[in-house]
Design a protein around this ligand. Structure first.
Ligand SMILES: Nc1ncnc2c1ncn2[C@@H]1O[C@H](COP(=O)(O)OP(=O)(O)O)[C@@H](O)[C@H]1O
Ligand SMILES: [Mg+2]
Length: 332
């Protein structure tokens, strides 16, 4: 017979005792003079989550990362990392954390492998497992072939991957990455994100801030949208879509010219009433359904209107659409 489960006793209890809850903040508030950088922020990030922190410059992303990484103290509220309050038990919290601040580039005049060896010693990795761990990290970051290269000779993208690899040496549960892809070219960004996606399988909790919305859309399963220190939304992307009323969106690739299809849909009462909005793109149209429209009727409605359909998919709105909907275009 097993012990009965303890009664859940509120937010704090959960933050400390739920083994899957890797990061929990409650009502975090922080001001710099008159500027309220964070206002009553409560988020939860669980094992296996890649949580995207979205927001324009000045939204408070770095402030939140710094509080979680034990560097600065909030005016109000609490934060837990793997059950440890970042202010009451900072040294224990830090053992669970890997923090990549928003400056980039490593300028040491060192070989890649020596750099990792140096930090492995700082983290006191046992000598017998150090070599194996470094090899795993070189493979994960795709720097194995470059292990004897000087860091200065690496591309910016490789340096960023090395920096990330260094965070993993002590196998932390929580990774805090502040704008890790900004300043990287598209290939380097894609490489970085591919590497990051693997963290989900390792059951780590990743908090990733960015204002490059397609990047977050690609790797995150949950997002928090920050604006002027306030959390406008926190949850999964489909939930965010529902919040802006754009949950049902069809993407249509028509046989003909998109603009003439858009005019055709606008000219017929049946299709005009079915869609809240029709947006024409280069080769496709996005059709946002009105509340009363049944998704199952869309195909026949388009065929009745004489539209030739090459592809028609119901899909969720992108993070960009959600963000623009929630912030009403106030992004700087
Ligand atoms: N050390 C500081 N002193 C004064 N104001 C600051 C300081 N750090 C941040 N701020 C202000 O707090 C707000 C949030 O900043 P930050 O957390 O850096 O946002 P983000 O990372 O989203 O760009 C901004 O208005 C910024 O100017
Ligand atoms: Mg920042």
């Amino acid at each position: 017979m097993t012990d009965p489960l303890p009664e859940p006793a509120g937010e704090h209890y959960r933050a400390v005792h739920d083994p899957e809850c890797f990061v929990r903040t409650m009502h975090l508030t922080k001001s710099y003079g008159p500027v309220r950088a964070l206002d009553d922020i409560s988020i939860e990030v669980r094992s296996g989550d890649i949580f995207g922190l979205v927001g324009p410059n000045g939204a408070g992303k770095t402030t939140l990362m710094k509080i979680l990484s034990t560097l600065i103290k909030p005016d109000k509220g609490v934060a837990y990392v793997c059950g440890n309050s970042v202010w009451q038990r900072p040294s224990v919290a830090r053992l669970h954390l890997g923090f990549m601040p928003d400056y980039t580039g490593i300028y040491e005049d060192l070989k890649v492998v020596d750099y990792l060896e140096f930090f492995a010693q700082i983290y006191r990795l046992p000598a017998e497992s150090r070599g194996r761990r470094i090899r795993e990290i070189l493979l994960l970051t795709r720097l194995f072939e470059k292990q004897n290269a000087n860091i200065r000779a690496l591309s910016r993208g490789m340096q960023q991957r090395l920096h990330f690899g260094r965070l993993l040496l002590h196998d932390p549960d929580v990774l805090l990455l502040d704008e890790p892809t900004s300043g990287l070219d598209p290939h380097a960004r894609a490489d970085f994100l591919t590497m990051l996606e693997k963290m989900r399988h390792e059951r780590k909790a990743v908090i990733l801030s960015s204002h490059i919305l397609p990047d977050l859309d690609r790797v995150c399963n949950r997002v928090g949208i920050l604006e002027k220190g306030r959390l406008l939304f926190s949850g999964t992307l489909p939930e965010a879509g529902e919040r802006i009323g754009g949950a049902v969106r069809f993407r249509l690739r028509p046989g003909g010219d998109v603009d003439s299809v858009a005019s055709l849909l606008a000219s017929r009462p049946q299709t005009r009433d079915a869609f809240r909005e029709v947006r024409a793109h280069d080769a496709h149209l996005d059709l946002y359904l009105n509340d009363g429209t049944r998704p199952g009727d869309i195909g026949s409605m388009l065929l009745d209107a004489g539209v030739r359909i090459l592809a028609l998919d119901q899909s969720r709105p992108t993070l960009e659409e959600v963000f623009m909907g929630l912030t009403k275009g106030t992004v700087s």
